[in-house]
Write a protein that binds this ligand. Structure first.
Ligand code: AMP
Ligand code: MG
Length: 306
């Protein structure tokens, strides 16, 4: 059997697999089975109040899960398949178990663009939940090897889809009626969404807006101590993660060409590599525009210590 067929068998049995997507690698299982979803929370050590995203392989499948307003449909048609997660009111036909939604009456849905993810989900014929394949609070994996390092023998089917081309989690917005609210900054820049929706409300600023538990402040952390907006390395045993051509003395460089797309794709893999050999990492300033907003968001969270 091919690795894909093996993985399908595992899913059908209620087991978990490592699934490549264009954002990061996911720990995927049958979204309808509470026992499967419980095993995801267990393996990730994830607080169970944190709901999961259901991944689909068509708009038709998505429409069984959530109720699409005109605005939600327009966003789906514009950005799917791709790195946008829509949080919608739950549909009556929704098969996802309550545990995966953490009891909420809304459903987070994404149609990923990665070919292997699409093949797997459409062969399975049902939505899979797939939070990032890392222990809760740790850096997200962007290669098959990262997933292996994170879970070892607990996970036998890890599909190899190469390095994730985007390298940052999806952007999450809720669309309740025709009002869209930003819940998590991510791989799809806010400005691209606003070109469709007009100015987004932001749960990042508005105390009354619906909260995304993914905004728990500490997240995506390496063990090493991070120092942000650093223009130089302060001591010899500190790694320097550069950005742009002027970072001559960098241990690693997110993008020599100062390209934010390249930097986003490299961020987690480089943090992981540096975390293996250094106890402190200084990071060069990253411009806070376009994808830089999401990169800076992840860096700020990674810099918070326990
Ligand atoms: P991850 O599992 O790492 O892909 O992250 C999933 C993100 O989606 C987290 O930020 C969750 O809090 C968020 N999320 C999932 N379902 C909902 C929901 N129903 N309402 C608000 N946020 C959600
Ligand atoms: Mg995650």
């Amino acid at each position: 059997m091919s690795p894909l067929e093996d993985a399908l068998e595992t899913l059908r049995r209620g087991g978990l697999i490592g699934l490549p997507t264009e954002t990061v690698y996911g720990l995927a299982g049958d979204a309808a089975r509470a026992d499967t979803v419980a095993s995801i929370y267990e393996l990730k050590n994830r607080p169970t109040f944190n709901p999961l995203i259901a991944h689909v392989s068509s708009l038709e499948m998505a429409e069984e899960l959530g109720r699409f307003s005109d605005l939600a449909r327009k966003l789906a048609e514009t950005f799917w398949p791709g790195p946008l997660t829509l949080v919608l009111p739950v549909a009556k036909t929704n098969p996802v178990c309550d545990l995966a939604r953490a009891g909420l009456d809304t459903q987070a849905i994404r149609w990923p663009a990665h070919e292997i993810a699409q093949k797997l989900i459409s062969a399975f014929g049902k939505p899979v939940v797939a939070p990032s394949a890392n222990k809760s609070g740790k850096v997200s994996p962007t290669t098959r090897k990262h997933v292996e390092q994170e879970f070892g023998t607990a996970l036998t089917d890890i599909l190899d889809g190469g390095a994730s081309v985007l390298g940052l989690e999806s952007t999450v917005i809720s669309v309740l009626g025709n009002e869209a609210t930003l819940l998590r900054i991510g791989s799809l820049p806010k400005a691209d969404i606003e070109a469709v929706t007009g100015p987004l409300k932001s749960a990042l600023l508005d105390e009354d807006a619906p909260k995304s538990p993914g905004m728990l402040s500490r997240h995506y952390s390496p063990d090493a101590k991070l120092r942000l907006n650093a223009s130089v390395r302060s001591k010899p045993d500190e790694a320097y993660l550069g950005f742009g051509p002027s970072s001559v003395d960098a241990t690693m460089n997110l993008s020599e060409a100062a390209n934010l797309t390249e930097a986003a794709a490299n961020l987690y893999a480089m943090l992981r590599t540096l975390d293996e050999s250094y106890s402190a990492i200084a990071v060069a300033p990253i411009p806070d525009t376009g994808l830089g907003e999401a990169i800076n968001d992840r860096l700020r969270r990674a810099a918070l210590q326990d």
